[in-house]
Design a protein. Structure first.
Lengths: 190, 190
DNA sequence: CCAATTATAGACAAGTTTGTCTATATTTTT
DNA sequence: AAAAATATAGACAAACTTGTCTATAATTGG
């Protein structure tokens, strides 16, 4: 059995904290090692490079995100309520991390197209989130023939992503609150 | 009179190109100097530090942005049309720069709270853009007492910002096109 | 209990980074 | 034309980066 707090886990936990709060490029390997109390050779044993550590940071970030959002939507029954729960979870998550924004959007600004494997993680994560939310919108608008569910779904997704970025800029939850309110309105009376 | 293509101008033009395309942290002073054909001492003569160069890069970016958007909105008369023109300009600008996204959002991910003066430029730019767009929304909804113009205005602003970020991720204009369509819908029949 | 695996500590290489400083050359201005 | 301001080229410092390698210690499985 793998140790619960072995070097690998400590590295990943520390790297996650530092990459998210300081940024990927502003976080050196040595700082991670020092704060995780791990030897340098152990890092290069478990992760082949800093780039790979970044990729696994994103992979785990995606798992954690969807695990969280499914917990929140799972507590609701109606699709429209599940969609609102997505915004509630976002508000909770952004506040919990002191408005650091989205790990994926942030790292995209840092690495650009330098790391194709990171870009792959980013676009896959966002694509999955988009489909996830659009699924609720479709169900909520089912039978409503005169409404373009695809269009409304993407609009709500854009509101969601806009709320993430603006919460970071304004260091406040108003973007999420207003985005949710508009999303709810769009599902009711379009 | 200041020279049109003196060292200062060449530095700023090159730094703008490189900061935007490669990122701020991925662009070293030496690369800027080499591509601008300028001596290192000249850079530190005109700009005291890389940080200050970054601040002026943002200041100029804001001027250029608003100069551009005002050209596009100035060609329209009705407030609703002016608002649509904001989206048209965005689509044009993002495509022109090959979907590099927003200079301000990008650099925020890189420097975080490390540079308070940069953060000041960022929040001022976004705050001004928000008010600029909300002004059109207010005028377009004037007399429409049963509609909360502030709420609709912020929603459209969030759609706008979401479209910027998602266009970068998907390397496509669909986010802007859909955001504009939704914005137009919100001004017509809410 | 002993052998194999895993972790540690840290020196080291080769390359970055920003910023300073000197010395020389080119423009501008008076 | 002389004096002052501006630009150039590049050496240099001090600190940082990722990644490799060696030698020793701790832990684990059979």
């Amino acid at each position: 059995m793998t140790k619960k707090f072995g070097p690998r886990e400590r590295i990943l936990e520390t790297a996650t904290r530092l990459f998210h709060s300081q940024g990927y490029n502003n976080t050196g390997i040595n700082q991670i090692l020092a704060e995780a109390n791990v030897a340098k050779a152990s890092l290069y044993q478990h992760f082949g490079s800093k780039d790979e550590l970044g990729i696994i940071y994103l992979k785990e970030g995606r798992e954690e995100w969807f695990s969280g959002i499914e917990q929140w939507t799972g507590a609701k029954k109606a699709p429209a309520q599940k969609l609102s729960a997505c915004f509630d979870f976002l508000e909770y998550a952004l506040q919990k991390d002191d408005y650091l924004g989205c790990k994926f959007i942030n790292i995209l600004s840092e690495v650009g197209n330098n790391s194709p494997l990171m870009f792959k993680e980013i676009i896959e994560h966002k694509g999955k989130l988009r489909q996830y939310m659009k699924g609720f919108v479709e169900k909520a608008l089912e039978g409503n023939a005169d409404v373009d569910a695809d269009f409304v779904g993407d609009s709500i997704y854009l509101l969601y992503e806009g709320a993430i970025v603006e919460s970071k800029i304004y260091r406040d939850t108003w973007p999420v609150k207003k985005a949710r309110k508009m999303a709810e309105m769009l599902l009711k009376k379009v």
